[in-house]
Design a protein around this ligand. Structure first.
Ligand SMILES: Nc1ncnc2c1ncn2[C@@H]1O[C@H](COP(=O)(O)OP(=O)(O)OP(=O)(O)O)[C@@H](O)[C@H]1O
Ligand SMILES: [Mg+2]
Length: 334
């Protein structure tokens, strides 16, 4: 029998996830004890600068990290009441592209260069639905048109498409199976604004019509404001701040989040991108044992450079932040 999440259980519950890349030269600590929960129908934004570990988290959920060099060292990923990390590979394969699908940051990762785009979408549909090839082809044409590509391009090969069009094909493939959970890794970065708006609309429809949950990885805070109910700020492989979009936009408490938002005042401001913050993220092969943001933080104290900050609960649930300043603020008067 199909398992479903029980009352009170999160639809997706990532517990203490640790991912490392073991290369010839070093061990890269990409994901360091990440905890994240997602309810059915909810959209969670993962925001953070390059190399923070966002893609590694998403790939862990589908168990498609490149091994070697990637190793999931620790953690549990509960989806619909089952720990994905403990399931046999065959079971995970039946979940991939059916219950969970992913829009990859690089569209060519997901496309086969020697197969037509139409047949790839059609195959994706047939893999998890017992329908005829002709019906799947019809649906594939419809999906192409939904993402703004004329149906007659069904027989074209990926290399005959521009970057933005390839990305739309990948989106069509990911949405064609009507997944319960969509992992969207920078899905609209390569698209112009009109198509971007259409794709976001399609993702919203998927949620409205099928109650799908979405993890949306993006650098675009305007998209976060538009799409996400919850936001996790990722830094050096850790969640440093988590809360509702309102918590993060209007009451952010971590100095890194403050830095990312720079001049952006409220949730209603759109299309601003992340601001560069002075300095660099610590080397993931050599992370400090204290606060990982201490080297760049304008408020660093001796405590920050000598002890490791735990997550602190803020006044409004579920807002949490990994910063000693927040502890002082929350404990005292704010
Ligand atoms: N195949 C790999 N081999 C070695 N190191 C890797 C590999 N893939 C990722 N890493 C390292 O793991 C860390 C996290 O990478 P990840 O791709 O998860 O970050 P990200 O937040 O998705 O970044 P971006 O915003 O640039 O996509 C980085 O230090 C990266 O260099
Ligand atoms: Mg990435």
């Amino acid at each position: 029998m199909e398992k479903t999440a029980q009352a009170g259980e999160a639809f997706l519950d990532i517990k203490d996830l640790v991912v490392e890349y073991h290369t010839d030269d070093a061990v890269i600590h990409a994901v360091n004890g990440v905890n994240l929960k997602l309810a059915k129908g909810e959209t969670l934004g993962l925001v953070g600068e390059t190399g923070a570990g966002k893609t590694s988290i998403a790939r862990s959920i589908l168990r498609i990290l490149p091994d070697p060099p990637a190793k999931i060292m620790k953690g549990e990923i509960w989806f619909n009441g089952e720990n994905i990390l403990k399931l046999p590979e065959k079971k995970v394969r039946s979940i991939r592209g059916d219950k969970i699908s992913m829009i990859f940051q690089d569209p060519m990762t997901a496309l086969n260069p020697i197969e037509t785009v139409g047949s790839q979408i059609s195959e994706a549909i047939r893999l998890h639905n017992s329908i005829s090839r002709a019906d799947a082809n019809k649906q594939a044409v419809q999906m192409l048109e939904t993402v703004g590509i004329p149906g007659k391009r069904f027989t074209n090969y990926p290399l005959e498409f521009s970057g933005g069009m390839k990305q739309r094909v990948v989106i069509a493939m990911a949405l064609a199976c009507k997944p319960e959970l969509l992992l969207a890794d920078e899905p609209t970065t390569a698209l112009d604004v009109t198509i971007q708006a259409q794709v976001l609309e399609m993702m919203r429809d998927l949620q409205k019509d099928f109650g799908a949950s979405v993890i949306l990885i993006t650098h675009d805070l305007g998209i976060v404001a538009e799409m996400c109910e919850k936001v996790a700020i990722i830094y050096a492989g850790e969640v440093v701040e988590y809360g509702t979009a309102e918590d993060i936009f209007d009451h952010r408490a971590h100095p890194y989040t403050e830095g990312l938002f720079g001049s952006i005042p409220t949730i209603h401001t759109k299309t601003k991108r992340l601001n560069p913050i002075r300095g660099m993220m610590p080397d993931p092969a050599n992370l400090p044992s204290c606060c990982r943001f201490a080297g760049r933080c304008p408020y660093t104290t001796d405590e920050c450079t000598s002890s490791y900050p735990e997550m602190v609960e803020c006044k409004s649930q579920p807002h949490t932040v990994r910063c000693v300043r927040a502890r002082v603020k929350e404990g005292g008067s704010q």
